[in-house]
Design a protein around this ligand. Sequence first.
Ligand SMILES: *[C@@H]1O[C@H](CO)[C@@H](O)[C@H](O)[C@H]1NC(C)=O
Ligand SMILES: *[C@@H]1O[C@H](CO)[C@@H](O)[C@H](O)[C@H]1NC(C)=O
Ligand SMILES: *[C@@H]1O[C@H](CO)[C@@H](O)[C@H](O)[C@H]1NC(C)=O
Ligand SMILES: *[C@@H]1O[C@H](CO)[C@@H](O)[C@H](O)[C@H]1NC(C)=O
Ligand SMILES: *[C@@H]1O[C@H](CO)[C@@H](O)[C@H](O)[C@H]1NC(C)=O
Ligand SMILES: *[C@@H]1O[C@H](CO)[C@@H](O)[C@H](O)[C@H]1NC(C)=O
Ligand SMILES: *[C@@H]1O[C@H](CO)[C@@H](O)[C@H](O)[C@H]1NC(C)=O
Ligand SMILES: *[C@@H]1O[C@H](CO)[C@@H](O)[C@H](O)[C@H]1NC(C)=O
Length: 484
Amino acid sequence: RRSRLGSGSPLLVLLLVLPGSEEACPSVCLCLSDTVSCSSSGLTKLPLSLPSFSVTLDLSHNYLSWLFPASFKKMPRLENLRMAHNQLDSLAEGVFRNASGLRHLDLSSNKLHVVEQHYFQGLWRLEELLLFNNKITQVEGGTLSGLSSLKKAYFSINQITDFPFFSIRDHSHPFLTMLDLSSNRMSRLPWEDVKALPGLVQRGLYLHNNSLICDCSMYSVFWHWDLRGYNSLRDFADEHTCSVEGNPRASIRFLRHSRFFRNCTVEKPVSLPVTVLLSHVTVTEGQRVRLDCQTPLSGTELSFTWLSTGKGRLTRASMNDTLMSMFDNGTLEIGAAKVNDSGLYVCTAADVKQALNATREVNVTVLPPPPPGSFNTGYTTLLGCVVTTIGVLAYLYMTPCRCGWCKQPRSAIPISTYDPSTLTPVFSPSARDKINTHKHVAFMEPTRTNKQIGLLFQTNKKDAVSLNANRKNYNSSDKYLQQL
Ligand SMILES: *[C@@H]1O[C@H](CO)[C@@H](O)[C@H](O)[C@H]1NC(C)=O
Ligand SMILES: *[C@@H]1O[C@H](CO)[C@@H](O)[C@H](O)[C@H]1NC(C)=O
Ligand SMILES: *[C@@H]1O[C@H](CO)[C@@H](O)[C@H](O)[C@H]1NC(C)=O
Ligand SMILES: *[C@@H]1O[C@H](CO)[C@@H](O)[C@H](O)[C@H]1NC(C)=O
Ligand SMILES: *[C@@H]1O[C@H](CO)[C@@H](O)[C@H](O)[C@H]1NC(C)=O
Ligand SMILES: *[C@@H]1O[C@H](CO)[C@@H](O)[C@H](O)[C@H]1NC(C)=O
Ligand SMILES: *[C@@H]1O[C@H](CO)[C@@H](O)[C@H](O)[C@H]1NC(C)=O
Ligand SMILES: *[C@@H]1O[C@H](CO)[C@@H](O)[C@H](O)[C@H]1NC(C)=O
């Protein structure tokens, strides 16, 4: 019948909401264009039929305690599923079967106690996973394995004692920038696994208000993060506590009171604090600029491509008649920068063998040269210098006058835009250094306003460095350039 009416007919729209049709809106829900809201409807189970066109389904604040396998298979366009504030204590095998379009899944404020390996199987597009305020004691090893698009995961306010840090790696979770494990019950973490987390994950890892036990290996990790000024530590400095020999009453705010750890040794940081993903380079017109293309990828078989906002793809051929050139290691050199060379430069390093690529972005600003007046000043200075010299020579045989104008030739400034701290593991196992308790920490005032809620809705700047696993057709650098 529908096909005869044709698309766009107002009758079709009417049909869509007729009761009995498979597109019916359950009476307790509110159906808008692509959104179905059944929140606070007293539901104890999922409505039998839900409109198949919905992209967002809100089931929060109900009494759902059980979901059948493949509960959402008739909603092929579903991307956002909100089930906060229900009574779910476990998920059956395959609940999300045929719901692989999900990007945002909110299961916060339920009663889940173990996050089992199969829970999120197949959700490879999932970007945001909210599990805070449950009763979770354990997250099984492979739970996060297939979630290769994951950007943010919230596990705070649970009773987690173990977390599979080992399952999070650059190649498995290239986009993960937020992992909230605060307010749990972790006392001893596998610090070696934590130190092996990708740099972006370490930066976005929240561990405050756990039941950490004070020891040097713990302190060493936080010491490095502190040095780098990570927000997770700055914003929650007072909530970072550890207990002495596990005695909860002997609790130390270890970011504030480092005296206790003065006998610890820490590994020397690879480089000093820094937090930019998107590097900025500012030069004056005429100067030579070098932009590195170092990424987490290493190896000899890397190929490099540079794209710039103004010039598009920079190949060896297109650079031939300009003063630009590219070295074999990916470094781009602009011989004499011009104001209109300013802009965003994106380098992609590709490892064809491993089917991986990684991008690096540099924002280049070329300032106009100083106004020509400065030459006159220099000339005047020279004249003055000469006159003075003659005057002085009348008395002495030497000239104490040194004028800056004389050593004019412009020197090239090689600019290293690579900041290994954001990419490589933060720790260098070799050098060891005794902590100097008086020098190492310079706190900024903690911003105490946003806390938990702020954390949840904090928007992270788009990853400037991202690894693309080739099997997913997800190329952030291309997207980013399209936006520009
Ligand atoms: C669900 O997915 C399976 C494969 O995982 C597929 O065979 C089946 O046709 C899908 N069902 C629906 C309703 O899309
Ligand atoms: C710390 O975590 C506990 C639960 O583990 C929670 O009840 C408490 O509110 C949290 N405190 C802060 C300051 O977040
Ligand atoms: C640190 O070492 C000194 C001597 O080496 C010792 O007296 C002191 O008790 C130690 N402090 C701690 C907190 O272990
Ligand atoms: C680059 O320019 C030189 C001459 O300056 C020319 O011989 C060479 O063929 C050019 N190469 C490309 C790839 O265009
Ligand atoms: C890349 O090669 C150039 C020229 O050989 C060199 O000057 C530069 O330091 C190298 N950059 C890196 C990061 O190795
Ligand atoms: C950039 O400026 C140079 C001169 O400074 C000029 O020759 C060139 O055409 C300009 N390029 C663009 C794309 O505007
Ligand atoms: C690059 O820098 C310029 C000037 O510093 C700024 O206006 C621009 O927004 C920056 N671009 C990006 C993408 O950050
Ligand atoms: C990076 O990986 C994506 C995903 O496979 C691919 O489509 C893209 O062409 C790669 N980019 C480069 C510059 O190789």
